[in-house]
Design a protein around this ligand. Structure first.
Ligand code: HEC
Ligand code: HEC
Length: 226
């Protein structure tokens, strides 16, 4: 119990300081059409999500995922799984499980609200690729693409990770460190929620080096609308 409370306290402290930091430089408003999506934006901004995922879901901190421009059904399924404790993860750099830090706030949203947030995020502009301080060598990107193609990833995630099968995640243009973590935790059987088991045979074949290369390649994909 004590541990749990410490976790929540740390999470709230983090949430508050980040929310303040983000308040200082507001992001431009995103254009939204559907009313359900406008509700979703308000919910996303008031239910603490922005502390970890950025004001419009595209300026995530640390190794946390970008959620803007992601597939709607996938977003909703992941929120439900994290809320239910079905999707679990390793620890963040404070030694606290990453998915648990999100689970701690998920009592703030009900099922209908999660659907509205998913609609908002799916329509929000995706992030631009993060350029590392040192330019990435072209040969490294080629090797990453090669590993992605040979790994059979295209079947489910599409060319460059941009055209997944229905309800599967878009992985092109996501943050490199996040991609590395997910592939490793899927491979090691830590993340097993949803349709993860379909990917397991492919993930099991990946070496750490291949994961590194594929993640570098995917992280530099420019998404349409970014
Ligand atoms: C304390 C930080 C934190 C807060 C607050 C938070 N999240 Fe998350 N969220 C995370 C982390 C970390 C992950 C990824 C976990 C992992 O690495 O497996 C995640 C994952 C997700 C995913 C799945 C993304 C993917 O690509 O699989 C969605 C969707 C999501 N969050 C939405 C939300 C929404 C909506 C809220 C507000 C109701 C919220 N999160 C609040 C930290 C947070
Ligand atoms: C048979 C289909 C299939 C294949 C092949 C496949 N994946 Fe996946 N992948 C999935 C599904 C489905 C998910 C989402 C699991 C869930 O429901 O939570 C996923 C999730 C992911 C994620 C996490 C996305 C996020 O936002 O958290 C990454 C990264 C990923 N896959 C990379 C790859 C790579 C790289 C390959 C090739 C080595 C690959 N996948 C091959 C089906 C597949």
């Amino acid at each position: 119990m004590k541990r749990m409370l410490t976790g929540i306290a740390m999470c709230l402290a983090l949430t508050t300081s980040l929310a303040l930091a983000q308040g200082a430089s507001p992001a431009p408003e995103t254009k939204q059409a559907a009313p359900e999506s406008a509700d979703g934006r308000a919910l996303f901004r008031t239910k603490t999500c922005i502390a970890c995922h950025g004001r419009d879901g595209a300026r995530a901190i640390q190794v946390f995922p970008d959620v803007a421009g992601q597939d709607k059904a996938y977003l909703y399924a992941q929120m439900k799984d994290i809320k239910a404790g079905v999707r679990v993860s390793g620890n963040d750099d404070r030694g606290y499980p990453r998915t648990q830090s999100m689970k701690d706030v998920m009592h703030l949203v009900n099922d209908e609200e999660m659907q509205k947030i998913a609609a908002f995020l799916a329509a929000a502009p995706p992030p631009k690729p993060r350029k590392p301080a040192q330019p990435i060598e072209a040969s490294l990107l080629d090797k990453g693409k090669d590993a992605y193609l040979k790994g059979g990833c295209t079947t489910c995630h599409g060319v460059s990770g941009l055209k997944p099968l229905a309800s599967y995640p878009i992985i092109g243009g996501m943050k490199k460190d996040y991609l590395v973590l997910q592939m490793k935790e899927i491979r090691e059987g830590k993340r097993t929620n949803g349709k993860t088991k379909l990917m397991l045979p492919f993930a099991k074949k990946l070496t750490d080096e291949q994961i590194e290369l594929i993640s570098t390649f995917l992280s530099q994909i420019e998404r349409p609308g970014a």
